[in-house]
Design a protein around this ligand. Structure first.
Ligand code: NAD
Length: 368
């Protein structure tokens, strides 16, 4: 094997360790396999409440730094999501760098499964963007630390329908807060991203008689959805300028940012995407200043995690997972009320509740 000289940079514009300590992560694992072309990062944020469970996202990131920041933000979100949902799980997440359409194969996914296995259960994976139940099946051939497996393998299948259901209930709780009643009939809702979660969410909204606008980078998905539902398709950028009641981000994160905030004309932001606020503090406050109520993403999109948790416990039951996810409505309404009463952002109110549980249970575990 040829020995390559290692190029050590003299100045470091970006410090991974600074970022990791800023967000409070426990462990980051870089995974590489030359044969399959696998490049992945597994981030374990916090394991006070239990093993770090979070899906794997496959995305063609522009740089390794972008992938690292994404996995750090996503895994931290999982810690708070599990905590606020009352689950005994920590927060973790994985990203695989590359084009899912070109790279995915049985060997590729199984190699990733071996990396998950090497962590001995400290990290448990599941589906996220561009990962399907079929991929979990391959991963499960190499490790038992995987959820979101197909039903024939004793799994709960795709968690997205439960995520969509919880998001829908969170949206209704926000509607109750803003309009005094939680009906979405006649409300104009813009769903950005009609993938696994977005398309199920559209189903709930249509059933309730909402007027639904959709956008997606994939024309195929838009065409498919338009065949099933009478939705109005809009251009990608146009979604931010619509005269609507509710904006539901269901694609990627950070769509609430300096560029979009001034354009939004809705009264509620409630969607399934993780990390919707580009800057939690600043953009959370800007939403309040614009009179927009924000249903915290990690709270209302927890249905999928609740679903895979039930699978992880070994007694998967879809009805039970659904009824557990129904608690999202009350928690969301409580959080929105606490935020108004205390003059803080709903994101801060939700994070505080989650952190209080982590701190309290951390102390319980100190005893024998
Ligand atoms: P998905 O890949 O099935 O769907 C994402 C959709 O967004 C795709 O159709 C994609 O084409 C589209 N998209 C990507 N970029 C876009 C853009 N700029 N504008 C418009 N559309 C765009 O993924 P998913 O499982 O539906 O997840 C959607 C979001 O919800 C993600 O942020 C994910 O992390 C989050 N989430 C998912 C689950 C789950 O159970 N699947 C659980 C919690 C959170």
């Amino acid at each position: 094997m040829e020995v390559k000289e290692i190029d050590i940079p003299q100045t470091r514009a970006f410090s991974a360790f600074d970022k990791i300590s800023e967000l409070g992560h426990e462990q980051i694992v870089y995974c590489h396999d030359e044969f399959t072309g696998l490049k992945a990062i597994i981030a374990i944020h916090n394991t006070v409440l239990g093993p770090a469970l979070g899906g794997t996202r496959m995305w063609n990131y522009n740089s390794d730094e972008e992938a690292l920041i994404d996995v750090l933000r996503l895994s931290r979100g999982m810690t708070f999501k599990a905590a606020i949902s009352g689950l005994n799980l920590g927060g973790g997440k994985a990203v695989i760098i590359g084009d899912a359409k070109k790279l995915k194969s049985e060997a590729f996914m199984r190699r990733f499964g071996r990396f998950v296995e090497s962590l001995g259960g400290k990290y448990i994976t599941a589906e996220d963007v561009n990962m399907k139940t079929r991929d979990m099946e391959y991963i499960a051939m190499e490790t038992k630390h995987v959820t979101g497996k197909p039903e024939w393998m004793g799994g709960g299948g795709d968690p997205s329908p439960v995520t969509a259901y919880g998001t829908y209930l969170g949206m209704k709780a926000a509607a109750k807060k803003v309009y005094g009643k939680d009906s979405l009939t006649g409300k104009k809702v813009a769903v950005q991203g009609v993938g696994q979660v977005g398309s199920f969410l559209v189903g709930h909204l249509m059933k309730e008689g909402a007027k639904v606008y959709v956008t997606d980078i994939s024309n195929t998905k838009l065409e498919q959805l338009s065949k099933e539902h009478a939705v109005e398709v809009v251009e990608m950028e146009a979604i931010y300028d619509l005269d609507i009641d509710i904006y539901a981000p269901c694609a990627l994160g950070a769509t609430i940012n300096d560029g979009t905030l001034g354009r939004l004309k809705c009264s509620i932001v409630a969607g399934a995407a993780n990390n919707q606020l580009a800057d939690e503090k600043r953009h959370g406050q800007m939403l309040i200043d614009q009179g927009i109520v924000y249903a915290p993403d990690f709270l209302i999109n927890a249905g999928g995690l609740i679903n895979v948790y039930s699978e992880y416990l070994g007694n998967y039951n879809r009805n039970l997972a659904h009824s557990q996810a129904e608690k999202i409505y009350d928690t969301c309404l409580d959080i929105l009320n606490v935020a108004t009463q205390e003059g803080i952002t709903s994101q801060d109110a939700a994070m505080r509740l989650a952190q209080e549980r982590i701190d309290a249970i951390g102390k319980v575990q100190l005893g024998y």
